[in-house]
Design a protein around this ligand. Structure first.
Ligand code: NDP
Length: 452
């Protein structure tokens, strides 16, 4: 949110250049605009940042590797997909960020995700740079053998570009424990090294306890911290969650554990509305459906006899807490207004960039608690960082120890946002706070390196 006419002019000038240099990349433009709006006033106020062109340098990836992945399906047909690794910035540590397998993956989507990752990783306080990768491969409907052959084919190229001190990928949409296992197995064969080159690994080969739960749990811990500022808590509130993947399932688990009633879950087919609440027993059934049987949420509605809304999003269901945990731009300005009319108190973004710029504006105008993705969902990458530490030390921490670290990291991120985002009237502008706090650390590192 630019505060003066000069700030607005500087932002529009900066964005015009960025859009010209990066045509046809709307998701990347959107992510940069959100950050630039917060940090340009800081850059303008610090001649050293301005003179070193820090923001211009941070919006240009260090490198983008694009490659073809050729594999064979079960019928013996030869298939070709496109894959990328966007190594955005290693200013404060080795590149770190997930891999996404989804037909909507483009260079623009991966650039937005890699750019966001720089600031998110900085906020965790751990030494991790920003990156993202993936492919337009669609895992839906593929056999396990096909997914394995695709992962192996992808790693045949990717292994040249990653390493525990260079770039450490993890999972994201369409890349879970199964895919990380296939990718790691192939890396090991090709490199002849057993090393922490990927995170989100299985517990039997170097994974960390709580990594699976970390993004969802972390988003709820962040939400707890935001609510505490207003003397409120999660217990007894109604929550609407979108998605039914890794982030959504464990956000639901923690919300239920803390006494909230979670009434929705969704996938790309539609959403279920369960007024009884997805309790521990129903959640166990949903996890089995999504994680083991790879089914659709529609089947939950059939099994438990509740409503299924085909092709719709859940934001019309009244709630105090909203956690978008599926994908980018899944909650727009109209959805935000509906949520506010229905008594919304707080939003924590579990997914990356799930709220449009318009939705964020509407929510912030009404001064509700809004936890942006780079702060609220940083728990996943934070525990990935802890997985790297455990791998380097060749030890494994207990569930309690990792969870304690996660809670501390989420509380620290909240404090950083509060320190940079508090306004004169006591409101905490978490978007501005997260962007500025994340930016400063990376900017100071770049300044120290001189012109590189
Ligand atoms: P999963 O693949 O496990 O789950 C994604 C969920 O979102 C599925 O329910 C999927 O439905 C749904 N979904 C995906 N695309 C769309 C779409 N275009 N429209 C509607 N629903 C959609 O992914 P994750 O849970 O890991 O990731 C979810 C979000 O969280 C992403 O934005 C990701 O970048 C972010 N994130 C993930 C982290 C992690 O640790 N995994 C860390 C930080 C952020 P369907 O099955 O029908 O495709």
């Amino acid at each position: 949110m630019a505060s003066t006419a000069t700030d607005t002019e500087a932002l529009e000038r900066f964005m015009t250049g960025l859009v010209r240099r990066n045509p046809g990349e709307p998701e990347f433009h959107q992510a940069v605009r959100e950050v630039a709006e917060s940090v340009l006033p800081v850059v303008e106020a610090h001649a050293e940042y301005r003179d070193a062109c820090i923001l211009e340098r941070l919006t240009e990836p260090d490198r983008i590797i694009t490659f073809r992945v050729t594999w064979q399906d079960d019928a013996g047909n030869v298939r070709a997909n496109r894959a990328w690794r966007v190594q955005f910035s290693n200013a404060i540590g080795p590149y770190k960020g997930g891999l996404r397998f989804h037909p909507t993956v483009t260079q623009s989507v991966l650039k937005f995700l890699g750019f966001e990752q720089i600031f998110k990783n900085s906020l965790t306080g751990l030494p991790m740079g920003g990156a993202k990768g993936g492919s337009n491969f669609n895992p839906r409907g593929k056999s396990t053998g096909e997914v394995m052959r695709f992962c192996q084919a992808m790693m045949r190229e990717l292994h040249r570009h990653i390493g525990e001190d260079t770039d450490v990928p993890a999972g994201d949409i369409g890349v879970g424990a199964r895919e990380i296992g296939f990718l790691f197995g192939q890396y090991m064969r090709l490199a002849n090294r057993f090393t922490g080159v990927l995170t989100g690994k299985g517990l039997s080969f170097g994974g960390s306890l709580v990594r699976t739960e970390a993004t969802g749990y972390g988003a709820v811990y962040f939400l707890q911290n935001m609510l505490a500022v207003r003397g409120e808590e999660v217990a007894s509130k109604t929550a609407v969650v979108s998605g039914s993947g890794n982030v959504a399932l464990y956000a639901i688990e923690k919300l239920v554990e803390l006494g909230a009633t979670v009434v929705t879950a969704s996938d790309s087919g539609g959403f279920i509305h369960d007024p009884h609440g997805i309790d521990a027993e129903r959640l166990a059934w949903l996890k089995d459906l999504k994680e083991a049987r790879r089914g659709r949420v529609r089947e939950y509605a059939e099994h438990f006899g509740c409503a299924y809304h085909e092709g719709a999003r859940p934001w019309g269901i009244p709630c105090q807490l909203a956690l978008p945990c599926a994908t980018q731009n899944e909650l727009d300005g109209g959805d935000a207004r509906t949520l506010l009319d229905n008594g919304l108190v707080a939003v924590a973004e579990g997914a990356n960039m799930p709220c449009t710029l318009d939705a964020i504006r509407v929510l912030l105008e009404r001064r509700i608690l809004f936890g942006p993705a780079k702060a609220a969902n940083a728990g996943g990458v934070a525990v990935s960082g802890l997985e790297q530490s455990q791998n380097a030390l060749r030890i494994s921490w207990s569930r309690e120890e990792v969870d304690r670290h996660l809670q501390t990291i989420m509380r620290d991120i909240h404090e950083k946002c509060r320190a940079e985002g508090a306004t004169d009237d006591g409101f905490i502008h978490y978007v501005r706070g997260a962007n500025i706090a994340g930016f400063r650390k990376v900017a100071d590192a770049l300044l120290a390196y001189g012109v590189v």
